[in-house]
Design a protein around this ligand. Structure first.
Ligand code: SF4
Length: 349
């Protein structure tokens, strides 16, 4: 997979990169900071629109760099305020992002790759495989879309959309720094969540980055045989290794790890499995139970509400914090990847 060139990828620039670029054209460094602010606070669409710059600098930048922002192709709105967006990237590929309402404000769930290589058996996004990584700027542009659509400030970002963020490690980490940058969107690291299917080496590397973001590990089963039947990644990184990496992450960052657990009727929703999970969680952790959301491609069925409650209660009785994810945007949500693959969307122009 080709490496993204940060020297020319304007949307992936940190303020220092923007300062260096304008300095190379003979302008003062503060002009670079104006560009960064214009991109993420003003949704700048072209250098020409940066009115605070002298015409000569706008022209010189336009001649040297291309600034291409993601274009919204379609939006679906649910009654609860959830908005799902399909965004076209500069090369014609498209990605999804979902704006979500909460009691505490707005969050956005963003994609990190076009497609996904992990092949989780319950996921619609992995069906076509991974096409390419997104740049940090392309991930940022999804947050910018959400900020433009949301009635209030988007204060949290979950890297839980299409793709495995840690399979796109370099751009994911750069994105975390970009979205945190105080002169841009300025989101707290504590309000950023990186989801992973369990790429252990990358999890351990992230633990050493000095970024106190929340790590959310997709577990979905507490034993290897069952987890492997759902997630091929378990062959390379079995449950014990995954849990050890999560414990290390907690030790190094002080951040309690979240375990995502999709509940599928008759597959992984037995209370004996909840007990087994509780036995293995010997460090601070939180389990986020997600009721399965049916998609046509899969035969799985959602666990009935009483089974969801029994599973969660079994964990709570053992002192493991457990919450059930609210089902937002039910009528539009389906699985990640569905909007991108539906034929009901306008063709890219
Ligand atoms: S669940 Fe996530 S990691 Fe697994 S295939 Fe889907 S997008 Fe990839």
């Amino acid at each position: 997979m080709s490496r993204i060139d940060w020297a020319t990828d304007v949307l992936s620039w940190l303020p220092a990169d923007a300062e260096a670029a304008v300095a190379d054209l003979g302008a003062a460094p503060y002009r670079g900071r104006q560009l960064f602010q214009g991109l993420w606070r003003g949704h700048l669409a072209s250098f020409e629109d940066l009115a605070v710059w002298p015409r000569s600098l706008r022209q010189a930048m336009s001649e040297r760099y291309r600034l291409q922002r993601a274009v919204p192709l379609a939006e679906q709105r649910a009654h609860d305020g959830t908005v799902k967006g399909l965004l076209r990237l500069a090369d014609g590929e498209s990605v999804e992002a979902v704006l979500l309402p909460h009691r505490y404000g707005w969050s956005v769930c963003v994609s990190t790759q076009v497609g996904c290589a992990m092949g989780c058996h319950f996921c619609a996004s992995g069906i076509g495989g991974r096409k390419r990584n997104l740049s940090a700027g392309e991930i940022m542009d999804q947050v910018a879309w959400a900020s433009a659509v949301a009635p209030g400030r988007v204060g949290r970002v979950d890297l839980m959309g299409i793709g495995e963020p840690l399979d796109n490690y370099r751009e994911t980490v750069r994105f975390l720094r970009l979205v945190h940058e105080p002169s841009g969107l300025g989101l707290s690291y504590r309000h950023l969540t990186v989801s992973t299917s369990g790429l252990v080496p990358a999890m351990l590397r992230l633990a050493e980055e000095g970024l106190p973001v929340t790590l959310a590990a997709s577990l979905h089963a507490p034993d290897d045989a069952l987890r492997e039947s759902l997630m091929p990644v378990n062959r390379a990184y079995p449950v014990a290794k995954l849990l050890a990496a999560c414990e290390t992450y907690w030790e190094r960052t002080g951040r309690r790890v979240t375990f995502e657990y999709l509940l599928i009727q008759g597959v992984n929703d037995g209370t004996a499995l909840a007990e087994s999970l509780a036995d293995q969680l010997t460090f601070p952790a939180h389990v986020n139970v997600i009721p399965w959301n049916p998609v046509p491609e899969h035969p799985f069925r959602p666990s009935p509400p009483h089974q969801v409650k029994a599973f969660c209660d079994a964990l709570l009785n053992r002192g493991i914090p457990c919450t059930v994810r609210r089902e937002l945007g039910q009528e539009i949500q389906a699985a990640c990847g569905q909007l991108r693959r539906t034929g009901a969307l306008p063709a890219p122009t």
